[in-house]
Design a protein around this ligand. Structure first.
Ligand code: GDP
Ligand code: MG
Length: 437
């Protein structure tokens, strides 16, 4: 939530009961949050009308936690707007499935093509890529390099037209027994007739099962206009929204959905090939409201953490007899939530500048920290002060790390411990120690 919004909700929490004026005020802040997230203003107006109709009703006024009721209504309505379920990429009943990736230059088509191929491979499909962006030789090489990493063949041939390449792709899929053809098409800097005509011709010759429009989330309202223009000419079946790892709050997702009625099927959240996910309306709703995915995170935490373990750990922490054993248990708990970098991503305020921080959280270093902890004896973990030079060397060898890494971990553990002692004494704000990963 934006700070203002948070304050409004805090006020409500203090009151316990919601008045109509409270709802109105909260919605004023929601309106700002939506506009800030780059949601089309018409969409915002309609949306708030719906929310108000619901919020000023009985169930909110009589709810035990009115603030939550408002958040939930806003979220529910947002989710409703974006399509309440996760959309799939449909496979043809009669293979091969033909998928076109279309969109403007730089939107992320080539990257998304390779990512999708990888995703489908993991689902047991046999994809084939077609490099049909013949105007940019670099684009063909780019696709080849990416495809090489995931071991998916690429069809490309110099001096063929895009239509011919689509045909070649189809023939190759038969020959190589591939069941999905992903065609990476050319883009332009602007929507233009040539581009549309070419895509129409390809589709007329090799009809699409899925024609996915790839849009860059960072382009905000422009993405909405692009989607409208493409939809006018082409039988689009869905949208892939890329670069959601950046600053964009994702308001474009909402507007595109509302304006074009096209489902958003996939989102790209990074430059790596594994950074492609099914579009999750729930998570997007939180993101648009600027809440990060804190609700998802809370739910996940509740589901995966063992309550008693957590309780015992919390007690230890406040008692300040926190040992390396407890530290290991803590890492285990956090790991249950998923890869650390993803957990960080779900935290509010992690967009934008803060996103850089998540790059520093490296899941491989967690593995190293664990290896070090596992190479210690129980006694060493309980009483780290006994770990002298020769023990450090042994631990480093045993864990396949270096003495420097062992030193660093011990030093950071000391800092954490110190902080926990302070926490025991005084309440209120305190600086988080740097975690050793
Ligand atoms: P195309 O011209 O539509 O084929 O776009 P590309 O696939 O070549 O992507 C353009 C640039 O955006 C490249 O530098 C990609 O690495 C980058 N890119 C694509 N998808 C994402 C994403 O989800 N996140 C980030 N951060 N960068 C992306
Ligand atoms: Mg490209």
């Amino acid at each position: 939530l934006t700070e203002k919004l948070q304050q409004t909700f805090k006020r409500m929490r203090n009151k316990g009961r919601l008045t109509e004026a409270d709802v109105k005020e909260a919605l004023r802040e929601v309106r700002l949050a939506l506009l800030e997230a780059d949601v089309n203003f018409k969409v915002v107006r309609e949306f708030l009308g719906r929310v108000e109709a619901r919020a000023v009703g009985q169930d909110v006024l009589e709810s035990l936690t009115p603030d939550q009721a408002v958040i939930r209504i806003v979220r529910d309505e947002l989710i409703q707007l974006m399509g309440s379920h996760v959309e799939r990429v449909h496979m043809a009943s009669n293979p091969p499935t033909v998928i076109y990736m279309v969109g403007l230059q730089g939107a992320g088509k080539t990257t998304a093509s390779a990512k999708l191929a990888r995703m489908l491979r993991h689902q047991g499909r046999q994809p084939l890529l077609v490099a049909a962006d013949i105007y940019r030789p670099a684009a063909i090489d780019q696709l080849k390099v990416l495809a090489d990493k995931i071991q998916v063949p690429v069809v490309t041939e110099p001096s063929k037209t895009p239509v011919e390449l689509a045909e070649l792709g189809k023939a190759a899929s038969r020959r190589m027994a591939k069941d999905v053809i992903i065609i990476d098409t050319a883009g332009r800097l602007h929507v233009d007739d040539d581009l549309m005509g070419e895509l129409e011709a390809m589709n007329a010759r090799i009809p699409a099962n899925e024609m996915l429009l790839v849009v860059d989330a960072m382009t905000g309202q422009d993405a909405v206009r692009v989607a409208e223009a493409f939809k006018e000419r082409l039988p689009l079946t869905g949208v892939v929204m890329t670069k959601l790892d950046g600053d964009a709050r994702g308001g474009a997702a909402l507007s595109i959905r509302e304006v074009t009625q096209l489902p958003i099927k996939l989102v790209g959240s990074g430059e790596k090939l594994e950074d492609l996910e099914p579009f999750n309306p729930d998570r997007m709703a939180s993101r648009i409201l600027g809440m990060g995915d804190i609700l998802t995170l809370i739910e996940k935490a509740e589901a995966s953490m063992d309550r008693e373990d957590t309780q015992a750990l919390a007690e230890k922490i406040t008692k300040a007899d926190f040992t390396l054993d407890d530290f290991r248990a803590m890492i285990d708990q956090v790991k249950k939530l998923g890869p650390l970098s993803k957990v960080m991503e779900m935290m509010p305020g992690m967009g934008g500048k803060m996103a850089k921080m998540k790059d520093k959280v490296d899941d491989r270093s967690v593995v190293r920290v664990e290896a070090i902890l596992n190479s210690m004896t129980k006694k060493e973990r309980q009483r780290p002060e006994i770990i002298d030079g020769s023990r450090r060397l042994r631990i480093a060898r045993g864990s396949g790390t270096t003495v420097q890494e062992v030193n660093r971990l011990l030093k950071q553990f000391d800092e954490i411990k110190k902080m926990m002692k302070q926490m025991k004494g005084k309440k209120g704000r305190m600086r988080m120690p740097r975690m050793p990963f």
